[in-house]
Design a protein around this ligand. Structure first.
Ligand code: 2M8
Length: 410
């Protein structure tokens, strides 16, 4: 507990938490949601502050960027000069999984009357963000939203993006420009080819002035990510509950939630026994099995659907020493050291456990918790872990791993 606290305190930058020193020296959207869960165990006030700092980066349109560049630091690429977003503080121009309303609700539930007052400030900001996503990322009103960049999914080099990324041209740049591989071995990070495509998308959005509708129309990467959508719907549900607690009208978030939960069934793949993301350029589900496909467990599902999903979960569990691998452990695209292509990630364990508890699968949820605790106690607070050996990988002194550990043992 003390060691986890020390990680968060070392990564604290006067009110916001960097994911890891050196590797990620700014504030990231969904990392801050998880960091707040950890701070809540130590210092409730600090948890609220984390989220307030994040919203300093919100745009007038309601859009919430995935990075807020609160201070200068040349240790990360692409930095604010590449994004070219002239704001104070500068930000990136893409978003990330909107895992914030459930955190606000969590903080309200843990705290006194004062918590509800804090939530009152967040409500319109969260509502504006969700409205932005449902309007500009789902212009046809399907109930599900699109992501336009793999970074928006938070699972950057997931095998699920291999096929849709092929449509994205490469924007060649020197390997030395990258900062990540100065901090972490190259075999644990995305390949250069992927980075060149990531950078192409950034320059395209910048040229389009980050106009949301133009970006949606023009992006060669346009995917309905099952993970992003499950988290958005989970957050819509939480937003509806917040509305109710605050005496606001819950109709809008409830409407998004109900429509989205029904629409999500189009992503179910009977043969795989799992949800899969949809490539909007082809209209087809992407034939790759990743941990994102289990995130709909956070939502109300039929018992037969949950039964099948849990059976698939158990099959994966039988193939990995440590849960939960980010890609199917028997698939040809499984790479147990390479970032989102196989390793175990603390926040995903936590989200999956939350979903499993919702549906009464307490044993599976307990294993996710025990495995994460064993990984941390064996290898420290790493960014991610090898699912077969338990070796720590990526950045060290990592905030979300420390935060989830605290949330679980605190
Ligand atoms: C990773 O993503 C960033 C880009 O956003 C990167 O690799 O440079 C991902 O693991 C993402 O999910 C995470 O939010 C971020 C900071 O921890 O790092």
């Amino acid at each position: 507990m003390k060691a986890a606290e020390a990680v968060l305190r070392a990564n604290d930058r006067d009110g916001y938490t960097v994911p890891a020193q050196g590797l990620y020296p700014f504030q990231w959207l969904w990392d801050s949601g998880f960091a707040a869960l950890g701070w809540a165990v130590l210092d409730e006030e600090r948890a609220w502050l984390e989220l307030e700092r994040l919203f300093l980066g919100q745009w007038e349109s309601g859009f919430l960027p995935h990075i807020v560049f609160h201070q200068e630091d040349s240790g990360y690429f692409p930095g604010p000069e590449v994004w070219g977003v002239r704001r104070d503080p500068p930000t990136s121009g893409i978003t990330q999984p909107p895992f914030l309303a459930p955190v606000v609700l969590h903080l309200v539930r843990r705290s006194s009357e004062r918590g509800l007052e804090r939530a009152r400030w967040f409500y319109p900001h969260l509502l504006a963000f969700h409205r932005f996503l449902h309007r500009h990322r789902d212009p046809g009103g399907s109930g599900l939203v699109a992501v336009l960049h793999p970074w928006e999914t938070g699972m950057d080099n997931s095998p699920a993006w291999d096929l849709p990324l092929k449509r994205v041209p490469r924007r060649p740049f020197a390997l030395e420009t990258r900062r990540d591989i100065q901090h972490v071995p190259q075999e644990e990070r995305p390949r250069q080819e992927d980075y060149e495509r990531y950078l192409y998308l950034v320059s395209l959005f910048r040229e389009l002035g980050y106009d949301p509708d133009a970006c949606f129309r023009e992006s060669p990467f346009r995917v309905v990510d099952v993970g992003f959508n499950a988290l958005l719907l989970f957050a819509d549900e939480a937003l509806g509950e917040l509305a109710w607690l605050l005496g606001e009208d819950p109709a809008e978030p409830k409407g998004w939630f109900q429509k989205g939960v029904l629409a999500l069934e189009a992503l179910w793949d009977e043969e795989a026994g799992l949800y899969r993301s949809l490539d909007l350029h082809t209209g087809e589900r992407i034939p790759r099995d990743t941990s994102a496909g289990f995130l709909p467990l956070l939502l109300p599902l039929s018992s037969s659907r949950v039964g099948r999903l849990v059976a698939t979960f158990r099959a994966w569990a039988g193939e990995a020493r440590y849960l939960f691998p980010s890609a199917h452990p028997l698939a040809p695209y499984f790479e147990p050291r390479r970032y989102w292509r196989g390793p175990v990630w603390a926040p995903i364990n936590w989200l999956l456990a939350w979903g499993l508890i919702r549906h009464g699968f307490l044993e599976e949820a307990a294993r996710l918790r025990e495995d994460l605790i064993a990984l941390v106690e064996g290898s420290g607070f790493c960014e991610y872990y090898h699912p077969l050996t338990g070796k720590g990988l990526g950045g060290r002194g990592f905030s979300w791993t420390a935060a989830i550990y605290l949330a679980w043992i605190g």
